[in-house]
Design a protein around this ligand. Sequence first.
Ligand code: COA
Length: 341
Amino acid sequence: MTDPSITPRPRPAGALRRVGIAGLGHYVPERRLTNAELERAVDTSDEWIVQRTGIRERRIAAPGELASEMGARAALEALADAGIGAGAVDLLLCATVTGDYIFPATACEIAHRIGAPQAGGFDIGAACSGFVVGAQTAAQFIATGAYETVLVVGVEKLSAIVDYMDRGTCVIFGDGAGAAVFTTLERAGRGEYLGGSSGMRGGEADALSLPAGGTKSPATFDTVERREHFVRMQGRQIYRFAVTTFVDLVEKALAPYGDDELGLVVPHQVNLRIIESAAEQCGLPMDRVFVNIDRYGNTSAASVPLALYEARAAGRLVPGKLVCCVAFGAGLTWGHVLLRW
Ligand code: COA
């Protein structure tokens, strides 16, 4: 029996193919964690959280609800939106920092849940930039003719690694998932991928990381006692990096185009102050920037596809106009994807 996932696919001799997005999907857990509830858990206030971050509530996975389940729900919605079945997926990429396991890849678990045993796949570990890096990866495989259909899922269950005794981080993060189906532009008929970028700078794990549980510091009683299996973040350092990177990515991505060509910037929902400050520096009016952080907080790799999904649902992806997705996060990593909707 031939396994389709290992069938060699020769690169066509002709030019690269144009790539588009055929479908979008999302999933957020039902449970809302409000600022009022956090006020009762740590020394904070609704006013402080709203003023500094713009977040009013975030979604939290139910006990036992897995990242792969959330990712599978978003994936199935994206496939239905694209009008194709899971059997058509050639490659499944999952961007996450909170997968079900360190290994195996959460992509494998999602493929199993949605019924895509023929698909190849892997996880993308680029933190909050994971979805845009995944989108670029998908686009290369389709453009070269290696694959017809690539499903990219961004999912996070950050509630599993957030310390609800640390007011500096617990107010920021939430759970959720988003997904997009990439295929040839001819088949997708919309959402043309025009290009993207990705960058990274190492040696900055102190800025944002999960200190223990990796091979540098495997789990011990001491690491648990020191609460090192929870997110640690230097908020100020990340703040400065995020604003500068946002501005740089948007300016470079849109430089070749006229002002009137831009439809919407869909940024990683990092923090409302960061988004507003960067938009001001780029001279972007806020009605050209999509924001849903007030309802979901920062959902890392899920944030861009979730925002893209909601932007389309709100009628804010205008046919023929540019959509610029930008993201940045732990690593440090960053990247963008430019689409014409
Ligand atoms: N409620 C009330 N006070 C808080 C608080 C909270 N939830 N979190 C921190 N504080 C306090 C600090 O302890 C500090 O008190 P001190 O002056 O007595 O020491 C004070 O508020 C200021 O702290 P600081 O960290 O300097 O605040 P900030 O203005 O930088 O805002 C963040 C903090 C986290 C909101 C901000 O730095 C930020 O958004 N950074 C980016 C984070 C991010 O987006 N991470 C994800 C990247 S993908």
